[in-house]
Design a protein. Structure first.
Length: 405
């Protein structure tokens, strides 16, 4: 897992019910310093009657895996599904399963419950993130019923900032029975179940993304000389204004005006502004969207389709880094380097992008000026790319690069 190793920060130790557990963690994942207090509080409550005999567990938004792995270490006979929308989280969760010599896990990507492969869990657990938006919070709390077996239970921890809203959702749903509640400074833990009668009313599991649970607003963005419609979702940046990096990329994409591009790669596409700009500016055959965030991939594809690009010409690659195995070369690669990434991540991405470029292909990257300067030094030293242009604006920078023949 060389790509995920670029994100590695350190290894931490956590003791749960007499067993010492080890976790490889990444700076880019939640709670990278130590197991957070919310997770500790939640795990402390999962020894009470009714929560000590689970056979099949779903750890929703598993991060690097502390909740699911701790529960499995205490009850070896249970099967644990750990899911997350972040590809880095999925890789680290799988590494930590192996690090602790455990088996009986299924670790895979899912946007909420949408891609959960089974629906008969007797326990669902989650440290629910605070900034997903109220409709998504309601979905996580109430739509757990679609994945539970009759009599199954849910245990969640939330921070104070969303505690009042979560409490309101739980208490206002007549099908929910709150079994346990406890407040610590900064955190609340709830255990609950759904009434037996409610299972008679449950239909097929919904797809929250398709049902519009993540939808936040609609807006028009100027791309070139025209306005392009976009759907904006909760849980991603640029919900109100474009970042300077995105503006730099959209303006620079004009160099491809009217050109034929057989294949393009857009990495870190966000809400989809950059791929829409490219697909409406140039004549693009195939576009690979690459991101660690499954939500970003799904909304970017939807916005491209909304602006007239053919769905079957889009590939979604939920990956760490830019994959290059058995995939065609790209005429251009465009994306933003996240300033919050570990220092070793950006060189990895640049080298991987170079390996995917066709001869004389174009790479356009944007980020903070410090990050771009570091990449400029790397490129000049290793000489695998030729610098065509660099722009600076408001402490952000863009570089246009060509692959050397």
């Amino acid at each position: 897992m060389s790509n995920s190793d670029a994100y590695f920060k350190k290894e931490i130790v956590y003791s749960y019910r007499g067993r010492e557990l080890r976790f490889r963690v990444s700076q880019s994942l939640f709670s990278s310093f130590d197991i957070d207090l919310g997770t500790r509080h939640l795990l402390q409550t999962l020894t009470s009657k009714g929560f000590d005999t689970y056979k099949k567990v779903l750890d929703l938004g598993c991060g690097y895996g502390p909740i699911g792995i701790a529960l499995k270490s205490a009850y070896d006979r249970c099967i644990v599904h750990m899911v997350d929308r972040d590809a880095v989280a999925i890789e680290y969760a799988q590494q930590n399963v192996e690090l602790n010599n455990l088996s009986g896990f299924k670790v895979y990507k899912s946007l909420g419950y949408d891609d959960v492969s089974e629906v008969d869990f007797d326990l669902i657990v989650s440290n629910i993130p605070a900034k997903v938006g109220e409709p998504v919070l309601s979905h996580i709390i109430e739509d757990a019923k679609y994945c539970l077996c009759p009599g199954g239970k849910v245990a969640v921890v939330v921070i104070d900032a969303i505690g009042e809203y979560v409490t309101k959702v739980l208490k206002s749903n007549k099908d929910i029975n709150i079994l346990f509640y406890k407040r610590w400074p900064g955190h609340l833990v709830f255990h609950y179940e759904f009434s037996k009668d409610s299972y008679r009313k449950i239909g097929p599991k919904i797809n929250s993304f398709e049902e519009g649970v993540y939808d936040r607003s609609s807006r028009n963005i100027q791309i070139g000389m025209s306005m392009s419609p976009f759907k904006i979702v909760y849980g991603l940046a640029e919900f109100d204004i474009l970042s300077y990096e995105t503006e730099l990329l959209i303006n620079k994409i004009n160099i491809f005006q009217g050109q034929q591009i057989d294949r393009a790669i857009i990495f870190n596409p966000g809400q989809g502004f950059v791929p829409v700009a490219l697909s409406t500016t140039a004549r693009v055959g195939k576009i690979d969207l690459v991101d660690r965030d499954l939500l970003s991939l799904k909304i970017s594809r939807e916005n491209m389709i909304l602006n007239g690009y053919e769905q079957d010409q889009i590939s979604l690659l939920h990956e760490v880094g830019i994959p290059n195995s058995n995939l065609p070369a790209a005429d251009c690669i465009i994306g933003i380097l996240d300033e919050k990434d570990e220092p070793q991540v950006h060189p990895m991405i640049i080298r991987e992008a170079t390996s995917r470029l066709s001869n004389n292909g174009t790479l356009i990257i944007a980020s903070g000026s410090t990050a771009i300067t570091r990449m400029e030094f790397l490129i000049k030293r290793e000489k695998f790319l030729r610098i065509v242009e660099r722009q600076k604006s408001k402490r952000k920078s863009l570089m246009v690069l060509k692959k050397r023949n």
